[in-house]
Ligand binder design. Sequence first.
Ligand SMILES: Nc1ncnc2c1ncn2[C@@H]1O[C@H](COP(=O)(O)OP(=O)(O)OP(=O)(O)O)[C@@H](O)[C@H]1O
Ligand SMILES: [Mg+2]
Length: 355
Amino acid sequence: MVEFVNVTKRWGSFTAVDGVSLHVNAGEFLTLLGPSGCGKTTLLRMLSGFEKPTSGRVLLDGKDVTDAPPYEREVNQVFQSYALFPHLTVRENIEFGLKMKKVGRDEMRQRVDEAVRMVALAEYQRRRPSQLSGGQRQRVALARAIVNRPKVLLLDEPLSALDASLRQNMQIELKRLQAKLGITFVFVTHDQEEALTMSDRIAVINRGKVEQIDTVQEIYHKPKTNFVATFIGKANVIHGTVIPGGDDTTLRVNIEPGLDLGVCRDGPFGDKARIAVRPEKINLTKHRPAGENAFEVTVLEELFRGAIDELLIRTAGGLELTVLVANEGQMEEAVHRGDRVWCQIHPQDAVLIAD
Ligand SMILES: Nc1ncnc2c1ncn2[C@@H]1O[C@H](COP(=O)(O)OP(=O)(O)OP(=O)(O)O)[C@@H](O)[C@H]1O
Ligand SMILES: [Mg+2]
């Protein structure tokens, strides 16, 4: 449905988008995720036609639209700044696109009602934008785009002004509506949790480049770079030297004197290796466990986080790792500050990443 082919955007000598190639399937929910200034909005604007690439092509539904003006593209964009009509009421703002398209009265009423319900603004339909809060305006902008049922909907941080609980509700509603209407979503956020909850796939953007584009599971469990591993969720990043003794599936890496780890071979490495391990993938036990990759550690810190405990542990050589353990109230196996315990990392959970 959407394709970027080697798209670059420069302003003077500054490169905002740097050789991006990616595609979005029909009906897919793709999220562009990355820190402020990485080029997310610029990518969306090149898709909606408000910005032209310096080089590269943009395709929509198989058609090259690189040089087409916005109104010739079957996309709708929800802007980071809501861009509502100030002189129209909430309902009129939402109706606007349907009136332009000459949608019949009954269908219009039904579609507007549905959109208003989705964004929970039924009570505010007669107000003007100036009489709304920031979060309410954002919801009007969202309803106004959805009601048009475009082939592709571009959403630039559409939930950023909402409080946590409304935001979570809207995430669920939006995802449900997207599935129901089969609209292709290109969604922008810098909130990694939101991206994981809502997306089919995530494109992680850093300094104008795609670092990784994959399903949410792959992005989380198999990050390919240091940036992806540390930007999405928490990760322990461990450095080591590759040593002989591996096999087809595992690579042996020396971490410190007396500590070698077998790690999943599926990833980049040279003489040195860089390994990412999610904190919840580190197992702690009081007694020496069976199997490989087990070593003794000391518990330095213990933080209560409700459903989980966060522990900081240290190896004999001084390597510090963060561990998350489910707080199941099993007093007998509970681990506390100062304890000497055994730590085990399954080779599958030790992922080789690029610098
Ligand atoms: N018209 C412009 N002229 C010059 N530089 C620009 C222009 N528009 C954007 N930029 C720069 O391009 C880079 C990418 O901007 P963009 O708005 O795409 O970032 P973003 O990822 O959407 O960030 P945020 O999360 O803060 O919205 C930024 O460094 C920005 O300053
Ligand atoms: Mg932006």
